[in-house]
Design a protein around this ligand. Sequence first.
Ligand SMILES: Cc1ncc(COP(=O)(O)O)c(C=O)c1O
Length: 429
Amino acid sequence: MKKTNVEVFLNYESEVRTYCRTFSAVFAKAKDSHLYSETGQEYIDFLCGAGALNYGHNNNIIMNAVIEYMKANGVMLTLDLHSKAKKEFITTFVTNVLEPRDLPYKFQFTSPTGTSVVESAVKLARKFTGRQNVIAFTNAFHGMSATSLSLTGSKSHRQSTLNASNVTRFPFEGYMGDEINTIELYRKLFEDKTSGVDLPAAVILETIQGEGGINVASNRWLRELRTLTEEFDILLIVDDIQAGCGRTGTFFSFEPAGIQPDIVCLSKSIGGIGLPFAMLLLRPELDIWSPGEDNGTFRGNNLAFVAATSMLKHYWNSFEFEHEIRAKERMVLEFFDEIEGKYSEHIKAIRGRGLMHGIEFYSAKHARDIVKACFENHLLIEVCGPEDQVLKFMPALTIPPGVLRQGLYRVGKAMHATLSPKWDTALAG
Ligand SMILES: Cc1ncc(COP(=O)(O)O)c(C=O)c1O
């Protein structure tokens, strides 16, 4: 086997790089839930492009649709011109996603990254309400451009742009323990004219905070938050960039709560096989933009429209796929039961839904060491949370059960090597 050479990255690529510091292989090929390095080593992928590869790498169905489109000289970039690919995408999304869920949204295509959608959502909310303040939550992550960064909790992410003006940070559900009724706290802050909290244009949230540590908002809290925002004429924006597109077991993460946000941000896996794509779903009466007021060159990425359409046609033409995700979730939960029993003194909590779960360790070092040991066992998995103390499970929704089992086995082995006392490891051989 050839030796991996990463010199070119070390010499020429900016110090800002992160994932490659943990996973030092040079990846050359990928199929479904496997990645292959240039030396031919196979890895199981539980990292999943940080939620952008819900349907796996080079998913045959999606990939073939994209190849056929290119072979037929399908138009690639159209700014916001009408295109056949966009027409098919909108029609399919309405038929397969919005109508079965009784959701009334219009579409706004933005520049194709998550952070661009968040920028547009907040810009629109401020324009619509004429208010500037926005409520964002503790441990939130909404992206790395100016407005998104101001909504993001992490100080280390914000350090180059510490400006978080016109943003009020509220504690997420459970942040102060379960005894505090956060909804009543927010209500008081909105009602009290001298609280110092200006009535906001919007409240923006992830229903399951991904980067923040897999913090799951309860259905009840989401419903009460929806009622509160309605009471005060505040727009509710759900950032479903990471938790959407099936990741939590339903197409949108807010479905189990039965709420209807005013604006939904989608990106990452809506691109089908990792193609850049992002869009807002907005209640029609919010659509007060004037032509061109919010724009971007790559709003017309037709290859991503084609990929998304084939993904929606294949996986979301019924509710069948949700059952499949649930079956895989049960496998993950069984594994967690076993792990929790074995390592209870190291595990603080296990949280998540669908195929988005986290194991929180008392020690962040344990979580980081397990990631390293997983990589040695040829599996990619990342950490999240304020201290990187949460091991984040995000296998592809399409992962075959056998590969999922093998992946969990590799994680279990890594945990054993990291958490078991030396003599125990020695005994285990
Ligand atoms: C919830 C959420 N919002 C926004 C973003 C930003 O997306 P992007 O990195 O594509 O700008 C992310 C990225 O991880 C995210 O998880």
